[in-house]
Structures are given as structure tokens and as C-alpha cells.
Design a protein around this ligand. Structure first.
Ligand SMILES: [Zn+2]
Length: 894
């Protein structure tokens, strides 16, 4: 993974004052449950699914390399019935076979000691085809065009679910070749990691035999089958395909073309060519909401891969590119070279996130990738800059280091969080800008060449980067990956042209945060001069010879993972030169100012003064940073007496930008302008702007009689505003449209709009849809989260969820079960709810959910405290404006 639609996930903070530098990879020292004496080298697996009974029968032969004599074999199996086992041709008695559901282990007791050397294990087993994306699962969907109900199969193994498909050594360090054979109906297409080697007709269908994979980790295997179509091309020796359900293959054209370009870019960047004969990009209509980097056969939730020029939006196009680039980066970082254990998951995910963004930005410089894209794009969460999302979580008491111990399957699954993906990405970006693009790439090439078809720890990466750059990377990196949090750098102007710097830990709602220090690769620029770097190695530092009238900006382009607090003279100088700063630096100042307000280090006036002093601009990322903050405050004030006054003020900030770009798409619009238009319509709609609401209703009416009248780029925003203020008949119209369409993307737009309705009567109509099969299983339960976030009635959403929790969780995977209820509480800002969640968790949630509960409790407490602080500050700021000279923008629109 996996880009998933994750619920809130975090671990308790692990505070360690002394940093212990990690050791390079060694097989025997790698953590895990499985003994290391026996190593599988080759699996041959045959699977026969029964689609009607939702079960499958399997057999497998495993070649074993026994490194020291053993009396038993221990491997993983879960929800598999082991019917027979034999070793070197001799059948083991049934009493020798033990499966333990809790430890997820299969133990085979041997009649005598098994000597070192090569041995062969044969197993016969039976398993089930699941509804959720765990192991082998089925998806029911409406076929494109005909609308006929169809069923197809897929697999999802990361982190620990290959063991539901075949008994195996299901820990990433046990690399082995896998040769898969499967029996499917004759009119089906079957896909796996490798090309089909042979196919023959047999009773009840056809038997498809795939070529054996190179040695790889078990979680990267894949099997997808159904009534599928494909389009294909080539890039050098590599066959490229996009595979879809029948009728949709042409919608894969955009992804197919992007794949060819990205593959070339990576072949060059990594210095090692893509090693498999083919790469399939497979669109599946359910199972999970994201994408999974199975080697040679990447699976995507359909709307993350397919682009229909007639109905898909510009946002979708950009999402597809970035997800493609992320998953393809994994084909090297993750698949060819794999982290030894889940405690180093960030090596996979932080790296793929960074590389994917870098590649996307390279081919699409106009998309402002570094400034805005957040993956995963989770409908229940605020959209924002990836780096900012990570920093918000990392400032709290519930954060954890990038590298964290993982002992259990639950912990492995919980490791897929913002810290792993986004802090990992953000740190790598800071490191690259410090080491330089070329030395950094040289280090990556060295790492790839040294560790292909093998496993690594973070230490191996630092060693390669150190050798290539000549800089002590491990020493700098340790503070960022082995301890939680990040620093705040305080800037103070001295009399003599010196600027003194000091660092401390930046914390929000975390009064007793243990103090920590970092080695900070600082960058800074004085107006009119070239940027410079400075490695700040202790608590204090200084910059010399800065003319007293020149503005000084730290964290050039916002590429560093730290916050900056300027003293008043420095801040005033910066406010005076805003128009000379690039958009990256302006966004960085906005983000830092907002974070200082959250941390109670500054009043809200600091942020809004900056917003008002910014030059007029239609830069997407800058405006989105502002809409993100306004949206947060608007939700926080929901139902309060201050909300209306705030909405009026907020609209006055956004209206001039919208008026400048207008409703009508112009041929010369930049892609960013197209995104901004949708973004502002949603934001102004949320802020109750009567003109926007009326215009959206009018456009929706036209759309009903002539769908082509509304550009696909505007549809999500227009539907959302119409849905928000819908009456019953409008709600019904949106619902009918959602039921009818066979496009996953359009369907999501309509159901999102239903979930946005604020009328409590309609909220009660929307929620039960989560229990039906109108939406794919993986999406249905998110509807409740979206209602909780958007409707202004999180209490109604929670009451519904509590009453139906069993049915809802039946649609979630194990991780979802731990995080679902806590996630619903994060939309509350009343302290009593924190207590309610604690009580509920004690009675009804597994212990494994405690990190998520802690995170939700922290969020409620933060919002409660922030709300009481913010309300009077906002009032004072807005009233202060109204008594001052009226500004044109403030008196226009209402
Ligand atoms: Zn990933």
C-alpha cells in the first residue's frame, strides 16, 4: 500500500532521549514471529475458486532450504482449513497439523528431526472468498453500458493477508519465487504478477498457469480475474497494459500513456531497469479505496486509474497521475528492494510518496504538486498540503517516530499513517534539497544496485546517501526518523546585524511535551540575495551581517520540515516584501502563522493580517491554504452565535478571487485555475454565499436537462453545494442519478452530495444508505464519516453508527474496525464527548484501538480549547476591522 482511505491512525508517542542508530540489514536479526531456520525458496500454488459458494480449494508445493535442523515447521495461515500436509513425499498425520487463529500461525510437528538442506512441503487447503479487501475477495458491480450485475475476484495482501490465500512465510524478509495456477470460467481474463505461461480447457472452465516470479515478499502477490478488457502498449522490453471491467478499457488510455512516460523516468532515475516482462495497471470496482503496488500487477480502485474525458474532472486526472507515479515508484522501492520489517515501512511509503510527487511535478510543473497534493484523498478528511497534514499530527502528544517498533499484525497495519507517508516524504524532500539533487540520486542508484532482490533497513539507505554525498546523513537523519515531533526555529534580530536563532519542540495541545533537539538543515534568504544553507546542530545558532532594513525568510520554498517564529521586527519586514516572495514562500508563511495560532503562540490576528496584506492572487495553493483554514474555523463555529459574522468576513476574503476568475472556463485557463474555481465554489458554498448557492442550483437544473451544459471539472463542487442546501425533491434527484450511473467517479460525486445535506431530515435519509450495496463495500461506510464532517450533525451520524455498528464494521477490514468509531468522534468539539468515547472504547472496542481513541480524544480536547480561545479573538479582529476604514472587499457582497 498502499494508498488507502485510511481512518485516523496513530501510535502513542514513544519517547526515547538517546537515539540508537539502527544497524544495516541482516536476515537473522530481522524482527518477526517466524523462526529463521527454514527458508522457503519456491512456491507452486494452484487455486480453484467456487464463485457460487464463495470458497476456494488450493494445493501448494514449497521448496524449503533448511539452514539448521528443526523438529517443526512454522509458517502463517489464517482462515484456511489445512486438509493434508506431506513432507518430502511422506504424509503427516492430522494430529501433526496445528493452526492457531490468534497467532495466525500454522505449525507442523515433524516425526523426526529434519536435517539441513533442501526439502519439499506439500499442502492441501481450503479458504473463503471475502467481501472486504482482505486475501481473496469478490466484487459485485454493474457492467458498463448494460448495467448487468457481475462478479469478479481480486486479492489484497498487504500487510499480512497473503496467509488468507495460501499458507506461507508471510513476513517481508522471506523472499521466494511464486508460480501461480488458477482455474477460472472460460470467458474470464486472469491476471497475476507475471505473464500467462500456458492455458488449457478443463472441466468447468480453464486452467491458467502463470510464469514464476523473481524472489519477492509474499505481500506483493496478486490475482485478479473476471470479465475484463484491456488495452496495451510497449516500452522497450516491457509490455504495458491497463485492465478494466468490460467496456471501460478506453478510459485507461490516459493511464497507459502516463505509465510509459513514468516507466522511462524511473528506469533512468533508479539506474536499474524495470525487471519484469510486463506491468499491468488493473482497475477494480471495489475491495478498497486506493491502490496496491503488487509487483507487475498494480491494483487501483477504479476512479484512481480510469479517466473519462466526457465526465472526469481535472482533479481526477491529477490524482490518477500521482497515484500511478507513487505505485510505480514502489516497483523499485518496495518490490525490488523491500524493507526488512514493518518498523521500516516508511522506507516504502515515505519514499514512494516523495518519488511519486517528484515525478508528477517533473512532468506537470503547472499542477503545484509540492504545494497542494495530499494523498490519500480521503473524503472524511480536510484536503490540504501533504506536509502540513503530517506536521499537524506530528505536533500532538499522540504522534510517534517515523521508525517505530512493530510486533503484531495490528501494529503492522496501523503503521500506514500520515507520519509514515507524509512526514517520510517531507523529510526526504528536505534531505534532498540539503544534499543536492545529483548526489541524492547517485546515492539512490547505489542503494538500488547494492540491494536488488533483497531487503534493507533505513541504515542501508543512509549509508548509500552518505557515500554518495560525503555528508553524515545518518547523524542528521536520526533525530527526524527516530524521535517524534519536529522543531520550531525562533528568529530574533539583534542590534549589530546579527540574527540569533534558537530551536525548541513545536507542540499543539501538548503542554508537557518532552524537550527534544534536531540537527536542522536550514535554508534562508535575504531579500534580493541567493538562498543559503546552514546546518543548525544545537539549541542555538546565528546568522551574521544582515542589513537591518532587509527582510530575512527562513525555510526557502517551504521545503523544510520545521516551523519558524519571527520576532516582531523580522515579521514586519516580511509583511513589507510579500509581493516579492514566490508562492511557495507565501504559502509557507501562511501555514506557519496558522500553526502558531493553533499552538497558542499568536492570536488569530497574526494570520488574518497576513492574509489581508497578501497581494491579489489567483495562485491555487495560496488560496487553498486560506480556504482550508476558513473551512476549519467555520466548522468549529458551527451552530454558534459567532458563525454568521465570521462567514460574512470569510466570504469577503474569498469573493475577490472568485470574481477575478469567474464561472466561465476560458481556453487559456491554467489547470490550477480550473481547480481553484471548483475549490472556491465549494468554499463559498460552505460559507453560505447566497449568490454561489443560487448559481449552483441554476446550473444543476440545466444539467438535469442537458448534462453537457456542466463541465466535469465543476460537477463535484456544484453537486456538493446543491446537496448541502437540498430539499427532499432535490435530494431524491441526486439519489436517482447516483443509482443510475455505472461510473464509479460520478457515483461518488452524487453520494458525496447526498452526505453533505444539512437538513436533519435528509441526514436521516442518507445514513442508512451505508448499510445497502448501492456503493462498493469499501466506500459505503465512509458515507457516515462524510455526513459527520459535512452535515453539521456529527451527533446524528454517531447515533446511527452506534446503533448499526455491527453491520457497518462487517464492511470494514481489521484496521477499519479499530478506527471507525474513534474517527467519528473527531468531528466533535465538546469535551463531554471525549469522556463518552473513553467509556465507549472501554466497553466496546478492542485494546488495539487505543492509539486511535487517544488521537480522537486529543482532537476533541484541542478543538474544544481552540474554540473557546478563537471566538473572542475573532470577534475582536472582525469588529476592529468594521470600526476602521471600510475596505472595498469587505463591504461588497452582502
Ligand atoms: Zn505506497
Amino acid at each position: 500500500m498502499r494508498i488507502q482511505l485510511l481512518f485516523l491512525v496513530a501510535e502513542f508517542a514513544i519517547m526515547s532521549s538517546a537515539l540508537t542508530l539502527e544497524k544495516p540489514f541482516s536476515f537473522k536479526d530481522t524482527p518477526g514471529k517466524l523462526p529463521k531456520e527454514v527458508v522457503p525458496t519456491d512456491y507452486s500454488v494452484r487455486i480453484v475458486p467456487d464463485i457460487d459458494k464463495l470458497t476456494f480449494a488450493g494445493t501448494e508445493t514449497v521448496k524449503l532450504n533448511v539452514r539448521s535442523a528443526v523438529r517443526q515447521l512454522v509458517l502463517n495461515a489464517l482462515e484456511l482449513q489445512i486438509e493434508a500436509a506431506s513432507l518430502d513425499g511422506r504424509e503427516l498425520p492430522a494430529s501433526a497439523i496445528k493452526t492457531d487463529t490468534k497467532s495466525e500461525l500454522l505449525t507442523l510437528a515433524l516425526p523426526s528431526e529434519l536435517p539441513t538442506g533442501e526439502h519439499t512441503l506439500t499442502l492441501r487447503f481450503a479458504g473463503k472468498i471475502n467481501e472486504q479487501g482482505q486475501g481473496l475477495f469478490y466484487m459485485r458491480y454493474q457492467e458498463y453500458g448494460s448495467g448487468a450485475r457481475k462478479t469478479m475476484l481480486g486479492t489484497q495482501f498487504e500487510a499480512t493477508d497473503a496467509r488468507r490465500f495460501f499458507p506461507c512465510w508471510d513476513e517481508p524478509v522471506f523472499r521466494a519465487r511464486v508460480q501461480l495456477t488458477a482455474v477460472v470460467p472460460e470467458n474470464w481474463l486472469a491476471v497475476s504478477n507475471m505473464p500467462i505461461e500456458s492455458e488449457k480447457k478443463i472441466d468447468g472452465g480453464k486452467e491458467v498457469r502463470f510464469a514464476a516470479t523473481p524472489p519477492m515478499s509474499s505481500y506483493l502477490n496478486v490475482f485478479v480475474a473476471g470479465e475484463l478488457d484491456s488495452i496495451e502498449s510497449r516500452s522497450g522490453p516491457t509490455q504495458l497494459r491497463v485492465i478494466t471491467t468490460k467496456g471501460k478499457a478506453e478510459m485507461g488510455r490516459y493511464a497507459l500513456e502516463a505509465t510509459a512516460k513514468i516507466l522511462q523516468y524511473y528506469n533512468d532515475y533508479f539506474g536499474v531497469a524495470y525487471p519484469l516482462p510486463k506491468l499491468d495497471q488493473i482497475a477494480i470496482p471495489g475491495g478498497f479505496g486506493g491502490a496496491m503496488e503488487n509487483w507487475g500487477g498494480i491494483t487501483y480502485y477504479e476512479s484512481k486509474l480510469l479517466f473519462d474525458p466526457k465526465s472526469s474532472s481535472a482533479e481526477t486526472k491529477q490524482d490518477i497521475y500521482e497515484v500511478l507515479a507513487h505505485e510505480m515508484a514502489h516497483q523499485w522501492f518496495g518490490d525490488l528492494v523491500t524493507m526488512a520489517w514493518w518498523d521500516n515501512l516508511w522506507l516504502n511509503e515515505g519514499f514512494a510518496s516523495w518519488m511519486g510527487s517528484k515525478c508528477t511535478a517533473h512532468f506537470n510543473p503547472e499542477w503545484e504538486v509540492w504545494l497542494r497534493h495530499e494523498l490519500p484523498r480521503d473524503p472524511s478528511r480536510r484536503v490540504g498540503i501533504a506536509k502540513e497534514a503530517a506536521m499537524e499530527g506530528d505536533a500532538r502528544s499522540t504522534t510517534h517516530p517515523i521508525q517505530q517498533p512493530v510486533a503484531t499484525e495490528t501494529e503492522a497495519n496501523s503503521a500506514f499513517d500520515d507520519i509514515t507517508y507524509k512526514k517520510g516524504q517531507s523529510f526526504l524532500r528536505m534531505l534532498e534539497s540539503f544534499l543536492g539533487e545529483n548526489p541524492f540520486r547517485a546515492g539512490i542508484r547505489r542503494y538500488m544496485a547494492a540491494h536488488s532482490y533483497s531487503n534493507t533497513t533505513t541504515a542501508d539507505l543512509w549509508n548509500a546517501l552518505s557515500e554518495a554525498s560525503g555528508k553524515p546523513v545518518a547523524e542528521i537523519a536520526a533525530g527526524w526518523t527516530e524521535q517524534p515531533g519536529f522543531p520550531l526555529v525562533k528568529v530574533k534580530r539583534e542590534q549589530d546585524g546579527n540574527v540569533s536563532l534558537s530551536q525548541e519542540r513545536f507542540a499543539v495541545n501538548f503542554t508537557k511535551a518532552p524537550p527534544l533537539e534536531w540537527k536542522i538543515p536550514l535554508t534562508y534568504a535575504v531579500t534580493g540575495e541567493t538562498p543559503a544553507t546552514l546546518l543548525m546542530t544545537g539549541k542555538f545558532g546565528s546568522i551574521h551581517n544582515i542589513l537591518p532594513d532587509r527582510a530575512l525568510k527562513l525555510n526557502v520554498n517551504g521545503a523544510g520540515n520545521y516551523r519558524v517564529e519571527y520576532d516582531e521586527p523580522s515579521w514586519k519586514l516580511l509583511l513589507g516584501v510579500l509581493k516579492n516572495l514566490g508562492v511557495e514562500d507565501r504559502v509557507n508563511l501562511l501555514s506557519d502563522a496558522w500553526a502558531l495560532v493553533q499552538a497558542n503562540r499568536a492570536p488569530i490576528g497574526l494570520y488574518f493580517e497576513l492574509v489581508e496584506k497578501l497581494p491579489a492572487s489567483t495562485d491555487l495553493a495560496e488560496r487553498e491554504q486560506i480556504t482550508h483554514v476558513l473551512d476549519f474555523i467555520n466548522r468549529l463555529l458551527s451552530g454558534s452565535s459567532e458563525q454568521e459574522k465570521f462567514q460574512q468576513y470569510a466570504r469577503s476574503l474569498l469573493r475577490p478571487t472568485f470574481d477575478a476568475i469567474g464561472w466561465k472556463a476560458e481556453p487559456e485557463d491554467r489547470p490550477a485555475t480550473v481547480n481553484l474555481r471548483g475549490s472556491l465554489i465549494t468554499a463559498l458554498g460552505n460559507l453560505n454565499d447566497p449568490k454561489i448557492i443560487a448559481a449552483c442550483r441554476e446550473r444543476f437544473k440545466d444539467f438535469l436537462s442537458n448534462p453537457d451544459s456542466l463541465s466535469p471539472d465543476l460537477r463535484p463542487a456544484v453537486f456538493s453545494v446543491v446537496g448541502r442546501y437540498a430539499d427532499e425533491s432535490t435530494w431524491n434527484e441526486l439519489h436517482q442519478l447516483g443509482l443510475k450511473t455505472t461510473s464509479i467517479e460520478e457515483k461518488q460525486n452524487y453520494y458525496d452530495a447526498l452526505a453533505d445535506a444539512i437538513d436533519p431530515k435528509l441526514v436521516k435519509k442518507t445514513l442508512p444508505i451505508a448499510l445497502t450495496d448501492e456503493l462498493p463495500t469499501s466506500r459505503a461506510i465512509f458515507l457516515v464519516l462524510r455526513v459527520a464532517r459535512e452535515s453539521g450533525h456529527p451527533n446524528v451520524a454517531w447515533d446511527f453508527a452506534r446503533a448499526n455498528i455491527k453491520a457497518l464494521l462487517a464492511k470494514a477490514d481489521a484496521l477499519g474496525a479499530n478506527t471507525y468509531a474513534p474517527s467519528l468522534f473527531t468531528f466533535f468539539s465538546d469535551n463531554l464527548r471525549a469522556q463518552e468515547l473513553r467509556t465507549y472504547a472501554k466497553k466496546s472496542l478492542p485494546v488495539a484501538s487505543s492509539p486511535q481513541v487517544a488521537k480522537a480524544v486529543d482532537e476533541i480536547q484541542f478543538q474544544s480549547e481552540f474554540k473557546s480561545r478563537l471566538a473572542p479573538q475573532l470577534s475582536a479582529w472582525i469588529d476592529g476591522k468594521n470600526t476602521a476604514e471600510p475596505r472595498i472587499s469587505a463591504i461588497r457582497d452582502h
